[in-house]
Design a protein around this ligand. Structure first.
Ligand code: ADP
Length: 645
């Protein structure tokens, strides 16, 4: 241990030498030179030997200097010690922190490993779930298809009325079950990210009108008005996935019909804006139904969620429809939401983003002012319908007058003769459309006025009534149909013989023998569309969802025709066709069905691939009713003659 600090040591030494030196030198000089050993002697010494003074006091000043140096040194040392202490402290602190960090990192790493393991497990689980769902749905669907196919055959046998009823009920039950299974499969496909959207151009009106046509009967059976309106500014054609867009619309309109007992359902499309050549379109489905309580709205778009989830609930369904719609609209770059007042009705909105595409000639023609200056009188007791009709007519350049009261219409038409055309709704209170038409035709002034009738196709209307009209359009009205009817009415001479005898806008059913048709198509909406089209042609079909099921069904039931989609899970259309052809080359219990490809792959190579696989013909999607009819007539119209021969 140090007894003295360096400063003290230097100082003491300096002081010591500072004192000893003068004493020694003075003593020496006084002794050896001739100065007396007195104060005077000392004075003389210092006066005559000044260097002595300096030499004698120098150590003292050196000591003092050393003192200051020592002090500085000690303060430096102190500072350095403090610094060292601080560094030590800091190092210690950093070491502690480092240890903590290390601990945290290793904990994180651990968590990451856990997470990855959990993710892998979840993925495995999800895969297993998807696998389970697909296996399960296949296992359920196979016997179900046999059930539906066989009941189809059974219906054709000699059954009494009661037995017919039983068989129909079994068939309907089977079909409902198929829809549920389709919903579940579709949802699991979306959830596992396996769904890929198509991107093809189509007329926007098409999915909207298809939906209304598909569900029109259901709405009219409940006495509901079903209408649509496409606002100004919406591109006539877009590039997107028509099937999936139609699926959302079908789901929402179907729900609207299901949850509405009285009133109307109104579908509209609005243009919200454009960014980077992508148009944002908002579709809305408004109903006057039961509405949704506010506290239930949040959960609505979750899977398996229903407002009334009790087992005694009144309305059926899986609770998957809205969850599917939510996912589909998100895939299309949009979102879905609902506004609802409990007890009054709901409006479901969804948006999509899509680029505009070029429109077909017929639709372009419809969008310009085609009937400029002509005057039309509109009558419909439903104000919304009347408003849409009015906007549509004005868009085509027609001048319009309108009323919701039939008697008022009669009064106006018997006094005012400047109208070129009148459009009447059929079902109205006071006076229905056909009675009103009769009265208009009885009046000498208005007897030559062309009339168009709008009516639900599902009324049992008297054929005679329709004679007063130049065209008879079934609701929900398709814009192209209305355009065609107005063109026809305006081009006919005013003095031309009216009434027109034949109903112009209903499709003639071809004279086909009751064909046994199997539809192999994996998309539920496409299934419904194709089935509806066949139904309109007076034909029935069974439906399977993939190539494997088509093969199994074809072995079981003697189908006349298989309409085969190309891309399907489990087994695609081409493989299925090849398998069916191979089967029938070895088994001859009944003849091989014809196979027509029904596919969105419309390229020449696709067509060639289908024909090379052994398919007999090709229908490209979206399927048009006229084309379907044409191709069926081409292949089957002579069969009746052959059969009757
Ligand atoms: P599902 O109709 O098959 O049960 P959805 O997912 O389509 O399944 O609908 C979920 C629930 O949302 C329905 O059960 C119903 O309670 C409610 N909902 C849907 N649409 C409407 C509507 N237009 N009006 C009232 N409630 C509705």
């Amino acid at each position: 241990m140090q007894l003295l600090s360096p400063t003290a040591k230097y100082t003491l030494t300096g002081m010591l030498f500072g004192l000893l030196f003068p004493i020694a030198s003075v003593t020496y000089d006084l002794s050896f030179r001739e100065y007396p050993f007195t104060l005077e002697g000392m004075y003389l010494l210092f006066t005559y030997q000044p260097l002595h003074w300096v030499i004698a006091t120098a150590p003292f000043f050196l000591g003092l200097f050393a003192y200051f140096i020592g002090k500085k040194q000690s303060s430096l040392e102190k500072h350095s010690k403090e610094l060292q202490d601080k560094i030590k402290e800091r190092t210690h602190y950093l070491e502690e922190k480092n240890a903590l960090l290390f601990q945290e990192v290793s904990q994180r790493k651990q968590a990451e490993i856990h997470l990855r393991k959990a993710k892998e497990k979840a993925e495995e689980g999800s895969k297993a779930k998807a696998q389970f769902l697909s296996t399960m749905s296949h296992e359920i669907r196979t016997p179900l298809n046999a059930m539906i196919g066989m009941t189809g055959l059974l219906i054709e046998t000699n059954l009494d009325e009661e037995q017919q009823d039983f068989v129909q009920t079994i068939r309907m039950g089977g079909e409902t079950l198929l829809t549920v299974i389709n919903d579940i499969l579709d949802y699991s496909k979306i959830e596992s990210g396996k769904l890929e959207l198509e991107n093809e151009p189509f007329e926007l009106m098409e999915p909207v009108e298809d939906t209304l046509e598909l569900l029109g009967k259901k709405a009219h059976q409940k006495g509901l008005e079903l209408m649509y309106h496409i606002h100004e500014g919406v591109p006539a054609a877009i590039s997107s996935d028509i099937t999936r867009l139609r699926q959302i619309l079908v789901n929402l309109v179907n729900n609207a019909i299901k949850f509405t007992d009285k009133g109307e359902i109104f579908v509209s499309v609005k243009h919200l804006g454009i960014a980077d050549s992508l148009h944002t379109l908002q579709f809305s489905v408004q109903d006057t139904g039961i509405g949704i309580p506010e506290d239930k709205i949040k959960r609505l778009f979750h899977s398996f969620s229903q407002v009334d989830a009790s087992t005694t609930r009144k309305y059926g369904g899986t609770g998957l429809g809205l969850a599917i719609c939510k996912n589909l609209s998100a895939l299309m770059g949009g979102s879905i939401w609902v506004e609802s007042t409990y007890g009054k009705g709901s409006t479901f909105h969804f948006t999509i983003k899509a680029p505009a595409a070029s429109s077909q000639e017929t639709y372009r023609k419809m969008s310009i002012h085609s009937f400029k200056g002509k005057k039309v009188f509109l009558l419909d007791d439903n104000a919304t319908n009347l408003k849409i009709l009015n906007i549509q007519c004005e868009r085509w350049g027609l001048k319009t007058e309108q009323t919701t009261f039939p008697l008022r219409a009669l009064e106006i038409l018997s006094q005012e003769h400047s109208y070129d055309l009148a459009i009447f709704d059929m079902n109205m209170p006071e006076l229905n459309g056909s009675d009103l038409a009769k009265k208009v035709k009885e009046n000498a002034f208005s007897k030559n006025l062309p009339l168009i009738m709008l009516s639900s196709a599902y009324n049992t209307d008297n054929e005679e009534d329709k004679m007063f009209f130049s065209s008879y359009i079934t609701k929900p009205v398709r814009a192209a149909q209305l355009f065609h009817a107005i063109s026809k009415a305006l081009s006919s001479e005013k003095s031309a013989p009216i009434p027109v005898k034949k109903k112009a806008d209903t499709l003639e059913k071809p004279d086909l023998i009751p064909l046994r048709i199997l539809l192999a198509e994996d998309n539920p909406v496409n299934q419904r569309v194709a089935s509806k089209m066949l139904k309109r042609l007076g034909l029935q079909n069974d439906t399977v969802s993939n190539g494997l099921e088509a093969l199994e069904a074809a072995k079981l039931v003697p189908y006349d025709l298989i309409l085969m989609d190309m891309q399907m899970p489990e087994m695609d259309g081409i493989t299925s066709t090849q398998e069916i052809i191979t089967h029938f080359s070895e088994h001859t219990d009944f003849p091989r069905p014809l196979i027509f490809a029904m596919t969105a792959n419309a390229m020449k190579e696709d067509r060639e691939a289908c024909l090379a696989a052994g398919m007999d013909d090709f229908i490209s999607k979206p399927v048009r009713l006229g084309e379907l009819k044409e191709i069926l007539v081409k292949w089957f119209a002579n069969e009746r003659e052959v059969l009757n021969a």
